[in-house]
Design a protein around this ligand. Structure first.
Ligand code: F6P
Length: 296
């Protein structure tokens, strides 16, 4: 089944938006080969080339502006929320190319999107949908509009074809731990050691979208925690934590900051960072238990 058929029963604006972003992502995927040397340098013709992540950002912004579906757009690459003169009412958050430092070594990267009705500076649990496109050996598109989590693969004919419907996060024993071990906070260290003593194995590529994708399919937990000197961690709630957390939650998993759901936090700025735990309910409950015990 093709993506457009799968979306047929959904809210029309959401369906059109997901399809439109899917089209933009095909351009981005093709850009990896044709714009390989993009690095803010001049090409052999003396033309200025934009870094690939900035180019991906401009591609998505132009396409979403033209769609007439989006009112507010917040991009990780932009300092302010963009407001479009549009009849549409959707609010979109965009991480145009997450993990972009890995492009140079040909590892998987992705585009992450959160979808709201209206204002995007709102708790993640008010989202109406979320999606990501993963550019790996295959290009896959995963979406939810709160009716399950579904994954499509970009086929040779240029269509997104259903690969897996109603994905549920399984039990698994992998963990993807961001930050340096020497900087772990005490409760976090204790939790990591508990996972390790149960035989959990490390799987961390440095691409958040790829690492959470793996957890979604194989179970376990992703974390980029707060750590000594950076108690709020590295990743951003609006562009990373919320959309991927929303998808994993819709697939039966959970999120946490260590003290409560990521999706319940009202962001106060576009660039707000947050400690991130995303994965199976069991692992999330355990980290919250250790966090709670540590503050007693
Ligand atoms: O936010 C960008 C990002 O590349 C994420 O995709 C990834 O999880 C993280 O940073 C990796 O950070 P570090 O280089 O500290 O391991």
């Amino acid at each position: 089944m093709k993506l457009e058929q799968h979306l047929a029963g959904c809210d029309a604006d959401l369906a059109k938006l997901i399809l439109r972003i899917g089209e933009s992502c095909k351009k981005i995927k093709n850009g990896f080969a044709s714009r390989q040397s993009c690095s803010d340098t001049e090409n052999i013709y003396g033309e200025k080339q934009m870094a690939l992540d900035k180019w991906a950002d401009e591609t998505l912004i132009a396409d979403l502006r033209a769609s007439g579906l989006v009112k507010y757009l917040a991009s990780e690459e932009q300092p302010e929320i963009l407001e479009f003169d549009s009849k549409g009412s959707l609010g979109v958050t965009l991480d145009p190319l997450d993990g972009s430092s890995l492009i140079g070594v040909n590892l998987a990267v992705g585009t992450i999107v959160g979808i709201f009705r209206g204002n995007v500076l709102a708790p993640g649990n008010t989202m109406v949908g979320a999606m990501y496109v993963l550019y790996g050996p295959l290009t896959t598109l995963t979406y939810t509009v709160k009716k399950g989590v579904h994954e499509f693969v970009l086929g040779p004919e240029g269509d997104y074809v259903l690969q897996e419907e109603n994905i549920r996060i399984p039990e698994g024993k992998i963990y993807a731990p961001g930050a340096a071990r020497k900087d772990y906070l005490a409760f976090h260290r204790k939790w990591i050691e508990a996972l390790e003593s149960e035989g959990y194995k490390v799987r961390f590529s440095g691409s958040f979208v790829a690492d959470v994708h793996q957890i979604l399919h194989k179970g376990g937990v992703f974390t980029y925690p707060g750590y000594a000197g950076k108690e709020k961690g590295k990743l951003r709630i609006l562009f990373e934590g919320n959309p991927m957390g929303f998808i994993v939650t819709q697939a039966g998993g959970a999120t946490s900051t260590g003290t409560g759901e990521i999706l319940a936090v009202k962001p106060d700025s576009l660039s707000q960072r947050i400690p991130i735990y995303i994965g199976g309910k069991k692992e999330i409950q355990l980290v919250e238990k250790y966090r709670k015990e540590a503050s007693i």
